[in-house]
Design a protein around this ligand. Structure first.
Ligand SMILES: Nc1ncnc2c1ncn2[C@@H]1O[C@H](COP(=O)(O)OP(=O)(O)OP(=O)(O)O)[C@@H](O)[C@H]1O
Ligand SMILES: [Mg+2]
Length: 361
């Protein structure tokens, strides 16, 4: 299968990741729209190898998973112009969850519906002993039918052993669990559930829940909202490799202020209770994806039975409004440019023709 022969690639990519560009394409034989993900090439050979290895690992994991809430893998095809590159063929999804940062208020059933699907996807992965390790809005897609798909398996790992020694430098900083920030390398699926809670808070408020710019400020942001970390709430935390190093940052005497931070716009006690239970410091006390799905938030009225295509319609309307206001901005700019040009022309005329009407005025 060759990309050029089998696919009509839309030259404008639909998504830019850190390591890859994603293109919309038409599978000529099947007459089907797909997404083609191609890793980026840099000038750094070592980095290229790491990126290539990540892409191979993504394919290896995607091949083993099939679930409604996981992006469907359709194969790989070589890039005829570059032997070190290949395209990963994926089902095409129109949106990613980054839209939650736009001014779009979601109803409680819509939040439930998104979170139920995200947790279903995670439960499936965790049952198969796979940790995603990069759950964040940009890696959660929605297709045109309003079905949520977990995507981007570039950092995913199997966790079949009793003890592991994984890197603690994965997961995008704002969504990284506290145990990883304190140097834990023997972590498990609980890190994905922490990220999922951060996503849920973001869906509700439209803002990133813990917004650090480096490890220390990330820990500080978490402490500021979730209160101090101590042996009482997290027995054994003092044994984590970076606990002592970060102890000055950790010595916060504040209280847990999660409710204050989320309410309003969060006005649902069940939603708060779910977030509170997932955002437990101690990963052993944190709700698992399976337990989170049984939480009363999902059982309580109003239920999650809602068609997410309604969100897509509102999103399209919002995008159209933004586009048309940008268009009118552009027209204003063009108008101003034209005015400036006219003024310049007039000034030139004045210089060359001292008797022009302009000059007399
Ligand atoms: N199947 C798909 N259909 C449509 N768009 C997609 C698809 N997969 C990814 N995208 C878009 O492309 C972007 C980048 O893809 P992806 O997250 O897989 O790349 P990455 O380089 O691994 O990203 P990251 O920056 O998270 O490391 C996504 O945020 C999403 O907007
Ligand atoms: Mg990504």
């Amino acid at each position: 299968m060759k990309a050029d022969e089998n696919f009509e690639i839309d030259a404008e990519s639909v998504g830019f990741g850190t390591f890859s560009d994603v293109y919309m394409a038409r599978d000529k034989q099947k007459d089907l729209t797909v997404a083609l993900k191609r890793v980026k090439q840099t000038n750094n050979k070592d980095l290229n190898n790491i990126i290539y290895y990540g892409a191979c690992r993504e394919v290896a994991i995607l091949k083993t998973v099939t679930h409604e809430n996981i992006v469907a893998f359709k194969g790989v095809c070589p890039n005829s112009r570059n032997r070190r590159q290949f395209y990963t063929v994926l089902e095409y999804c129109d949106y990613d969850l980054l839209f939650v940062r736009l001014n779009l208020t979601l109803s409680t059933p819509e939040v439930k519906c998104l979170m139920r699907q995200l947790l279903e996807g995670l439960r499936y992965l965790h049952d198969k002993k796979i940790i995603h390790r990069d759950i964040k809005p940009g890696n959660i897609l929605i297709n045109k039918d309003g079905v949520l798909k977990v995507a981007d398996f570039g950092h995913a790992r199997e966790c079949k052993e009793e003890t592991n020694s994984f890197s603690n430098m994965v997961v995008t900083l704002c969504y990284r669990a506290p145990e990883m920030l304190l140097g834990e390398r023997n972590y498990g699926p609980a890190i994905d559930v922490w990220s999922a809670a951060c996503v849920m808070a973001e869906i509700i408020t439209g803002n990133v829940l813990f917004h650090g710019h480096d490890e220390n400020s990330q820990i500080a942001a978490i402490l500021d909202t979730c209160g101090p970390i101590s042996k009482d709430v997290w027995p054994g935390v003092e044994l984590l490799p970076l606990f002592k190093e970060k102890v000055s940052v950790l010595s916060s005497d504040g209280k847990r202020r999660l409710k204050e931070k989320l309410m309003p716009p969060l006005n649902d006690d069940f939603a708060f209770n779910l977030l509170d239970a997932i955002l437990a410091y101690d990963p052993r006390k944190r709700l698992s994806s399976r337990d989170a799905l049984s939480h009363e938030f999902f059982a309580a009225e109003p239920k999650a039975e809602v068609d997410l295509r309604g969100v897509i319609t509102r999103l399209n309307q919002l995008e159209q409004q933004t586009e048309s206001s940008q268009e009118s901005d552009k027209l204003d700019i063009a108008h101003n440019k034209e005015n400036r040009r006219k003024r310049r022309r007039r000034r030139r005329k004045r210089r060359t023709n001292p008797y022009s009407l302009d000059h007399q005025n």
